[in-house]
Design a protein around this ligand. Structure first.
Ligand code: HQG
Length: 180
């Protein structure tokens, strides 16, 4: 399968496993899972056909390990806007985590901290390189270090997803360590 087809299937999975399952008439369970067979049938019925083998290859080779397959079920590892409880493990974060954004959001971020916006949680990266890639989706990337150790000591709860993305409800401005 060529990379363009993989990206196309991955984007289709993201849309329906994170945001709009109802668009193709599937229902995620409370933890975000759906039967693979049901997903493939629903997608086919709505004009997008792919095989189980293609799906498995997309899941296995995905650059950010966005999806998990367990037995006959699949879910997105994080990034949902629909209401699911991923039951991710609460964990102690490393001393610093990194948020990738762009300059135009900085005034609001300085004033009110990082907010989850449309998603369930603020996504933080374990390293600057990953955060740079996240920010670069929107323009010239700006990386904001987060004092995760201090947040954790102050009682904020961190969860880590299956692909190493750290999730937190929000980051108050006091824990942001701007580069300047
Ligand atoms: C910004 C992708 C104004 C924030 C990525 C970001 C990541 C604020 C945007 C994952 C703000 C939200 C998540 C505030 C935050 N005022 N703007 N107070 N607080 N923002 O997409 O972190 O490819 O929901 O800086 O690679 O960009 O989908 O979050 O620019 O891992 O798997 O509001 O999504 O992964 O945008 O990205 P997003 P994100 P996938």
């Amino acid at each position: 399968m060529d990379d363009r087809r993989k990206v196309k299937i991955s984007k289709y999975l993201a849309r329906h496993l994170r945001h709009q399952p109802e668009r193709i008439g599937i229902t995620l369970d409370p933890h975000g899972w759906v039967e693979v067979g049901e997903l493939i049938a629903a997608a086919g019925a709505h004009g997008f056909r792919f095989t189980r083998a293609e799906l498995d290859e997309v899941v296995r080779s995905n650059d950010k390990q966005r999806y998990a397959v367990e037995g006959d079920r699949i879910r997105a590892n994080q990034g949902h806007t629909v209401d699911v409880d991923l039951c991710l493990p609460v964990a102690e974060p490393p001393p610093y985590l990194y948020h990738g954004t762009v300059a135009r959001f900085l005034p609001a971020i300085r004033a009110e901290g990082l907010r989850p916006m449309n998603r369930h949680a603020v996504h933080l990266s374990p390293d600057r390189e990953t955060a740079t890639r996240v920010g670069a989706r929107r323009g010239v990337p700006v990386v904001v270090p987060v004092d995760a150790g201090a947040m954790h000591r102050a009682g904020h709860s961190f969860q880590v997803s299956a692909n190493g993305v750290w999730l937190v409800a929000g980051v108050p401005p006091a824990f942001l360590r701007f580069p300047d």
